[in-house]
Design a protein around this ligand. Structure first.
Ligand SMILES: Nc1ncnc2c1ncn2[C@@H]1O[C@H](COP(=O)(O)OP(=O)(O)OP(=O)(O)O)[C@@H](O)[C@H]1O
Ligand SMILES: [Mg+2]
Length: 500
């Protein structure tokens, strides 16, 4: 465009030189009219002279006179003729042509000026066009850069994003949404958005479109189906899109994955339920414990003291009877002493059950050994213990909790296992302490027992699990019906819990 040149203007010969216009030269004839006139006059003169002298034999003077007269007459006549019929039209024509030429020159000049003006206009238009092209190029580059930035932002954002047309057909999905659902973008684009929802949301788009249009946006809890059939929970936040004539053209939506949050909420609800159950169970257990204590005090200690009282009465009677043999009183005393030993043992077991003072009296390892041996004595079971010294690796509180776990595991052996051999091992490794209680009893289906627990009358396993959890440890039980049972408790070592 820029190189579009002005049309070539022909230069007239008058400009810039002393050339003679072709008009001024006149028509190109071999002889001019005046030469012709001279020629004719001369011819007439000489022809007349000849005719008069030789044919009419006039005197030379008369012949010359006639010839002069005739030729002069002819010359005047021709002169007038030539002047009127040739020279004047010729001069008029020359003037007309000159005027035309001047007009043409003027037109040329105007044209040239116009061409120059137009050329200038074109040049400035060309310049501004070039500037505009530059600006456009810059804008396009900026747009491209900004688009790339937005695309990067969209593809790296932690939320899913999708665009749909007015029919709910997906036109764009970002990387995150593809990751959430396990699809490639080309597997999603072109398909209706509803196809990726869980079946109960299958008509979500159609059902909600009117509502969506009215409020323009909102947040919806939507369940999606992944490519491998899993359900994921999301918050779906759509925005509607309209063109310049306010026609609905589709929507874009941000999709936030809340599956983990849902699972955590579910777990929280579960543990709240469990906590409520546990706290009610703790109250019941306290009540039960008090009743058991009262029963034991009544049945055992009360009976024992009543027996002792009877024995003492009988001893008093013996001693007051002077005829009574003194040896009988002695053996009665022996019997009573043995009985009192039994009573003391019962009382000790009672308070040991209530609070394991043996832990403070003997230390953790010895308290465990005592617990095991006491169990063996009362249940007629062979016991064996391999106990490494670990008390310095557990706090007082932790020792108490571990003790309770072993106590419950032994209770279970006593209540359910029908075992005749029980062994307890305590080992330490660099990071944890492992306690293992094994019996050779009837065994049981651990999974089934865990499923049934917690129930009002089956709390032991659950309490053991809870206690292991409190210590940041782990409780595992291996058992099968007929194959005995092994309860393993692993507890992380608590550095600085005590001195070695
Ligand atoms: N060592 C074991 N040998 C055989 N069965 C066992 C053993 N330990 C547990 N069980 C089985 O697991 C079930 C659950 O034990 P859990 O301690 O939770 O309840 P429980 O002992 O019946 O009642 P609770 O401990 O609340 O007084 C028991 O009823 C028993 O059937
Ligand atoms: Mg139990």
């Amino acid at each position: 465009m820029q190189n579009k040149t002005a049309p070539e203007v022909s230069r007239t010969p008058t400009q810039g030189g002393s050339q003679v216009s072709p008009m001024e030269e006149g028509p190109h004839v071999p002889v001019s009219p005046w030469q012709l006139l001279m020629l004719l006059t001369a011819s007439v003169f000489f022809a007349e002279l000849t005719v008069m002298g030789f044919i009419y034999e006039l005197s030379p003077f008369s012949a010359l006179e006639n010839a002069l007269f005739d030729s002069a007459t002819l010359t005047v006549f021709l002169f007038v003729m030539i002047h009127y019929f040739m020279y004047r039209p010729l001069v008029r024509e020359i003037h007309r042509r000159r005027r035309a030429e001047e007009a043409l020159e003027e037109a040329n000049r105007t044209l040239e000026e116009k061409v120059q003006e137009r050329t200038q206009d074109l040049e400035s238009a060309n310049k501004s066009l070039l500037t505009e092209i530059e600006t456009r190029k810059w804008t396009e580059n900026e747009l491209r850069r900004s688009e790339a930035r937005y695309r990067l932002l969209i593809d790296t954002m932690t939320e899913g994003l999708e665009l749909t047309d007015a029919r709910g057909v997906i036109t764009y999905v970002n990387q995150r949404l593809c990751e959430m659902l396990g699809y490639n973008p080309h597997e999603m684009v072109g398909r209706p958005m509803n196809a990726f929802f869980a079946t109960h949301h299958a008509d979500f788009f159609e059902t909600n479109l009117k509502g969506l249009r009215e409020c323009a946006f909102g947040h919806h809890e939507l369940t999606w189906l992944t490519k491998d059939g899993r359900e994921i929970y999301t918050i779906f936040s759509p925005r509607l899109l309209f063109d310049q004539e306010s026609n609905f053209t589709g929507c874009f939506a941000v999709v936030t994955d809340i599956t983990e949050r849902k699972a955590m909420e579910e777990a929280l609800r579960g543990s709240e339920k469990k906590l409520r159950f546990l706290s009610s169970r703790v109250l019941t257990a306290q009540e039960e414990e008090r009743r058991r204590l009262a029963r034991e005090l009544h049945d055992e200690l009360g009976q024992d003291l009543a027996t002792l009282k009877l024995e003492l009465r009988s001893l008093k009677k013996n001693l007051l009877d002077p005829a009574g043999p003194i040896s009988e009183a002695g053996s009665k005393c022996e019997e009573m002493l043995r009985y009192i030993d039994g009573v003391i043992e019962n009382v000790r077991r009672l308070y040991q059950d209530l609070s394991p003072t043996s832990l403070e009296d003997f230390g953790f390892t010895e308290a465990l050994r005592w617990l095991l041996e006491d169990f063996g004595k009362h249940h007629d079971v062979d016991v064996s213990a391999e106990l490494e010294e670990v008390s310095h690796l557990l706090s007082q509180e932790a020792q108490f909790i571990v003790y309770r776990v072993v106590q419950e595991a032994l209770n279970n052996v006593g209540k359910h296992a029908k075992a005749d051999r029980v062994s307890l091992q305590v080992r330490r490794s660099p990071n944890e302490i492992t306690l293992e209680l094994e019996d050779n009893g009837v065994g049981f289906d651990v999974e089934a027992a865990r499923r049934k627990s917690p129930q009002v009358d089956r709390m032991g396993l659950m309490f053991m699990d809870e206690r292991a959890w409190m210590l940041g440890g782990k409780l595992s039980i291996q058992s099968m019906p007929g194959k005995g049972a092994r309860v393993t408790l692993s507890v992380p070592i608590q550095r600085g819990a005590g001195s070695p």
